[in-house]
Structures are given as structure tokens and as C-alpha cells.
Design a protein. Structure first.
Ligand code: FE2
Length: 379
């Protein structure tokens, strides 16, 4: 059945979100019901955003100068003016996350976007509900949106909408998954900061679901500013002197093993980052290691590095008192500052066979700034 004229956009989005792929259907079709209750197949509303895996090959990324949009907002007389029309602003937890109703991100001008970047830097995570116009604005808008915040990252292995390699997609349905998910673990929890192996990893990141399970598939976030603050000053002083290798090799090998579209479009890289980085705008220090991509601490013996990293990963794992959990309702857009937070998908909906389809807009930011002045990353 095609959408009736009286059906609201919200209802259509809810239906899209809940219209999950039947195991017997192709990727592009959804089960639906006509006026007589007969099952029919309907083109997936967001088929143009389904994952595509091209045979393109990309050269290595090159360094660039990042000018943080949040810094521009510091000079604004009211850096939170973009929230003036909000109908609801609720802090998800004291130190991480704000949920906003009544602000249409699609309408934010350049000033508003700068303010948004600053507020996300301060809160780590922001959740905006009722963003149908943003999501339906389409991939050309997503690019224009993201380029305001920095050079758009092109993922080396993930699926993207055809002709839009800058849009990173997550996708799972009854028949397939194109996510970086390790199956031989007792948990799907995998804390990470996105593509931290890059020399200039992402900063302000925008992510939204365009189809989602009826329940489950939430996303966990934790504050790496707060995890750091839990540690003793003496220990933090030691961590400030350290730097670690972050590697994209395992992620590339995952694709080379035949999973996730089985393509590696840019050769994997490894880069050295400080264990504690300083946010360029807020000046806050944040722990910057993650189990997914951090591999070893330079200058320490192997056992020392492994023990210290395991301690820090366990600390992040157990940071329930520092975490926020985003429950995805239709038309939600989430932004986080990838420099000062970590996150994990929750894959608890496999048995429902429902579709979960998300898109990420991922501007790169500065090379991580060591919290310790003078710490060289080049030796
Ligand atoms: Fe991620």
C-alpha cells in the first residue's frame, strides 16, 4: 500500500522504522499490508541509503589544518542561543549527555552550528528528537552539514550510499550485517572512539537511524573526561607522559576475511596518540584509549603495556556511573564529540530479525593534543 495522503510523516517514519525485513524478502523490500490485509512488498523508503561497497581504491589521507567550529562560538554573546526555541532540555546524566526537543537541526545557520559544536564539546553527547526534516534532507545535505565541522572522513572499509563515500553506514537485517561486529565474544559491547587509528581522528560526529528495531539496538556512551577524573592524580600524571599506537589493521583484516562487504578501499594505518588528550576548545583532558583500536603503549615493556591497557579498558567497561544510554526513537539525531567520549553499539535484537540502518557523518578534527605540554608524538 502506498502512503495515504492523510498519513502523517511521523506515522510513516514509525512504520518505516518498524517495517522490518522478512527473512524471505530481498534487502530492498519491506513487508507491508494493503487495505484487504494482504501482505505486499514495498520499496524500502531509504533504499537509496543502503550500503554499497565499491571497488574504488583511495590514496592515504593527507594532513590538514582543522579549525574547530566550537572555538568560533566562544566569542558569541550567547553560545547557547541555538537552544532558545527548545521545548525541552534534559540532562541525561550529570556529566554526559543532553536530550533536546523542539530544535530543528536542519534550520541551524552557521552560527547555530558553531554553537552546537561547542555545546556537544561541553556535554559530550546531545540527542535531538523530532528530526524528520534533517533525516529526509538526504545525502547531499548530510555532506553540506558535515563539512561545516571539518573535513569529512571517508571510511576505508564500511558500506556507504552509492556515490556518497563520505557517509558511513551501519546495517543489519534478518539476512545480513555490514557492521564491524566480532561474533566470538560473550558480549557485543565494544567500547571505542571512531577510527582512532587515523592521524586526525573525528571530532563532532552526527549519527542517526533511519530504520530501527522495535526494541533494542540502543547505543551506550561514556565520558572519557569522567573516566580520567576517577583516577588518582599521581596515576594521571604518569599517564600524561605516555602515548600509544592505534591501529586500523584488524578492522581491515575483518573485511579481507570476507565480511562487511569484503573490501578495503584504503590501506590500513597506525598512528601514535597521547594516552591523555586535551580538547582544543574546552581545554578538558580526556582518556584516549580504546580496546577496539589501541594496541600498545610506547616505551613500556610488553607486559606493562598489556596490563596497563587492560586496567584502563576494564575501567571504561565498568564506568556505569559515567555512562549514558541512547534509546532510539524514530527521527532521532545524535551528536557526540568523538575526542572525549567512547561508545558501543548494543546488539541485543538479532533474534527479532529486524532491520537497523544508520548513517554517520564524520568530520575529522585536529591531531590529538597531548595533555602534557611538550610530549612529542613523532619519536
Ligand atoms: Fe562507532
Amino acid at each position: 500500500m502506498s502512503t495515504t495522503a492523510t498519513e502523517t510523516q511521523q506515522q510513516q517514519h514509525q512504520k518505516d522504522a518498524n517495517a522490518n525485513a522478512n527473512p524471505g524478502l530481498k534487502l530492498r523490500a519491506n513487508a507491508n499490508v494493503d487495505e484487504r490485509g494482504q501482505a505486499v512488498q514495498e520499496e524500502y523508503r531509504y533504499a537509496h541509503l543502503l550500503p554499497h561497497f565499491s571497488e574504488d581504491r583511495y590514496p592515504p589521507l593527507t594532513p590538514f589544518e582543522h579549525n574547530d567550529p566550537g572555538a568560533r562560538a566562544l566569542n558569541h554573546p550567547n553560545p547557547r542561543a541555538f537552544l532558545d526555541n527548545a521545548t525541552s532540555i534534559v540532562e541525561l546524566t550529570p556529566n554526559l549527555g543532553t536530550e533536546v526537543h523542539g530544535v530543528d537541526l536542519r534550520t541551524l545557520d552557521s552560527d547555530g552550528r558553531d554553537q552546537l559544536a561547542l555545546e556537544v564539546a561541553r556535554r559530550g553527547l546531545m540527542v535531538f528528537r523530532d528530526q524528520a526534516d534533517f533525516i529526509d534532507a538526504g545525502p547531499d545535505f548530510y555532506l553540506e552539514w558535515g563539512r561545516h565541522f571539518g573535513r569529512l572522513h571517508i571510511h576505508p572499509t564500511s558500506g556507504h550510499p552509492q556515490n556518497y563515500p563520505e557517509i558511513h553506514l551501519v546495517y543489519r537485517d534478518a539476512n545480513s550485517t555490514f557492521n564491524f561486529e566480532i561474533d566470538d565474544s560473550i558480549t557485543s559491547t565494544s567500547w571505542h572512539s571512531d577510527v582512532s587509528y587515523e592521524r586526525q581522528p573525528p571530532g563532532l560526529t552526527t549519527f542517526f537511524l533511519i530504520a530501527q528495531p522495535s526494541t533494542g539496538g540502543d547505543t551506550l556512551f561514556t565520558s572519557q573526561v569522567s573516566t580520567l577524573k576517577k583516577l588518582s592524580p599521581q596515576f594521571v600524571a604518569f599517564l600524561r607522559t605516555l602515548k600509544a599506537v592505534h591501529s586500523g589493521v584488524e578492522q581491515a583484516n575483518f573485511s579481507r576475511s570476507g565480511k562487511r562487504g569484503a573490501t578495503v578501499r584504503r590501506e590500513p594505518v597506525e598512528h601514535v596518540h597521547p594516552l591523555i588528550r586535551r580538547h582544543p576548545v574546552t581545554g578538558e583532558e580526556a582518556l584516549y584509549v580504546n580496546r577496539q583500536f589501541t594496541r600498545r603503549i610506547l616505551g613500556l615493556k610488553k607486559e606493562e603495556s598489556e596490563t596497563l591497557l587492560k586496567f584502563l579498558y576494564d575501567h571504561i567497561d565498568k564506568s556505569g556511573d559515567l555512562q549514558a544510554r541512547v534509546h532510539w526513537t524514530p527521527n532521532t539525531v545524535v551528536l557526540w564529540d568523538n575526542r572525549i567520549t567512547a561508545h558501543s553499539a548494543i546488539v541485543d535484537y538479532k533474534d527479532s530479525k529486524e532491520r537497523r540502518h544508520g548513517a554517520r557523518i564524520t568530520p575529522q578534527a585536529e591531531r590529538p593534543i597531548p595533555a602534557l605540554d611538550g610530549l612529542s608524538l613523532d619519536d
